[in-house]
Design a protein around this ligand. Structure first.
Ligand SMILES: Nc1ncnc2c1ncn2[C@@H]1O[C@H](COP(=O)(O)OP(=O)(O)OP(=O)(O)O)[C@@H](O)[C@H]1O
Length: 272
């Protein structure tokens, strides 16, 4: 199967932080996750993919085409991003979602066509946001705003959907709901998904490919079973964890223990 995303020897960043020699291959139709500690470079990698941060060296291919040759409009027709914070206060949900059609219009024509309305409605129904269409974005809860953000990104009809921590600030019901919607889009429409996610258990459960980033470099990439090992987690997060398999899905699940519990275990072992 061909790759949706192919990153070769990528170096980019800021004066005090660099992503170094990043190589990633993501097959079309993947549901991939980027994990790693705070400040390890996950958002920087997204900025390189969306073109808001220039590359120092290396290249990024989307379906075998170098992103350097894409105009901003081409990029927006092929890659959509859902950011962590959605700011669209006094806009109705429908108007906000319709903004996803902007890359398909000329600079001087912002009038939506019947097709645009139909496409927006389709993705709003799919994400269960059609019922809020006349409400203001500021009247929605965090989870509902995230769903509207996903509807807008889908309205761009991209090949690749990027999500920066789509489940942060959400309770478990909304976390699972958003991930289930994304999983359905991935499986039924073949949409390729790449998301930054901090929750390792959700990453394990939903993603078929994980990229573990640490200090600007890729530590490990592979299936959840290959990446979420006790050793990799301890190396990168400097945290002792227990890994077992989820009894329902068989995917790795991570358990943490408090310092008090770890100390008690150490004391018991020392007495033996
Ligand atoms: N615009 C910027 N200018 C300079 N340095 C930046 C900029 N944005 C981020 N950085 C620095 O780059 C490093 C990586 O940041 P990045 O946002 O990519 O990390 P992250 O893995 O997404 O973190 P988190 O999990 O906390 O969101 C950090 O040290 C950060 O301070």
């Amino acid at each position: 199967m061909s790759n949706i995303l192919n990153i070769q020897n990528l170096c980019c960043g800021y004066p005090k932080f660099q992503l170094l020699d990043i190589n990633i291959d993501i097959p079309k139709g993947s549901f991939a996750g980027i994990i790693g500690p705070n400040g390890s470079g996950k958002t920087t990698l997204f900025r390189a993919i969306t073109g808001t941060l220039g590359l120092k060296s290396g290249k990024i291919l989307l379906s075998d085409k170098n992103l350097k040759s894409f105009s901003l409009r081409d990029r927006a027709q092929n890659i959509a991003i859902v950011s962590q914070f959605i700011e669209a206060g006094d806009m109705t949900v429908e108007d906000y979602v319709l903004m996803g059609r902007i890359p398909y219009h000329s600079r001087f024509n912002f009038f939506e066509t019947d097709d645009d309305f139909e496409i927006a409605r389709k993705y709003m129904e799919m994400t269960d946001t059609w019922r809020f269409k006349d409400q203001l974005m500021s009247e929605l809860s965090g989870g509902e705003q995230q769903l509207a953000g996903i509807a807008r990104a889908l309205t761009q009809q991209p090949q690749l959907l990027l999500l920066d921590e789509p489940t942060s600030h959400l309770d478990i019901t909304h976390q699972v709901h958003i991930l289930n919607v994304l999983q359905q889009l991935n499986q039924e429409m073949g949409l390729s998904v790449l998301m930054v996610i901090h929750d390792l258990n959700l990453a394990s459960e939903y993603c078929d490919w994980l990229i573990l980033v640490n200090q600007g470099k890729i530590h490990t990439q592979g299936t959840p079973e290959e990446v979420l090992t006790f050793q990799n987690i301890e190396d990168v997060y400097q945290t002792v964890v227990v890994t077992q398999n989820n009894p329902l899905s068989g995917k790795p699940a991570i358990f943490l223990a408090s310092q008090k519990v770890l100390k008690e275990i150490q004391e018991k072992l020392a007495k033996k």
